[in-house]
Ligand binder design. Structure first.
Ligand code: 5GP
Ligand code: ZN
Length: 114
């Protein structure tokens, strides 16, 4: 499914520019426009679903591909240690309702996140 009003569908389609750093058959990875760490990349499935669990239900393989693409992005940038975040719901800060995995690395990160 492609949502004509979805920003990340437009990036996947090439209709909105983005700095793409990695691609696979089912995923696209591009730099976040407002980086929160020296490495901040978003890995998105090409197929539109609103959140991580919905993507996993729609196609379990895509979820594995997001995780391995995220590792490739991090290790390719020289980071063996990295954080993956899937915000799910506006109450925890999700603003784009197309599944995306934040790949963050390059600075100390506290836990729990605040
Ligand atoms: P969320 O808050 O939904 O988990 O994450 C959405 C992310 O998308 C944010 O980190 C935000 O900076 C990023 N973002 C929003 N608009 C754009 C855009 O047009 N291009 C890119 N590359 N990132 C965007
Ligand atoms: Zn979408």
């Amino acid at each position: 499914m492609t949502d004509p009003d979805c920003l990340f569908c437009k990036i996947v389609a090439g209709d909105v520019p983005a700095e793409v750093v990695h691609t696979t058959e089912r995923t696209l990875a591009f730099r976040d426009i407002n980086p929160q760490a020296p490495l901040h990349v978003l890995v998105v499935p090409r197929h539109h679903e609103p959140n991580a669990a919905a993507s996993a239900e729609a196609d379990a393989a895509v979820f594995a591909e997001i995780a391995t693409a995220a590792r490739s992005v991090a290790t390719g940038a020289g980071y063996d240690d990295y954080r993956l975040v899937f915000n799910t719901g506006a109450g925890v800060g999700q603003t784009v309702f197309h599944t995306h995995c934040h790949v963050l690395a390059g600075r100390p990160m506290g836990w729990p996140p605040g």
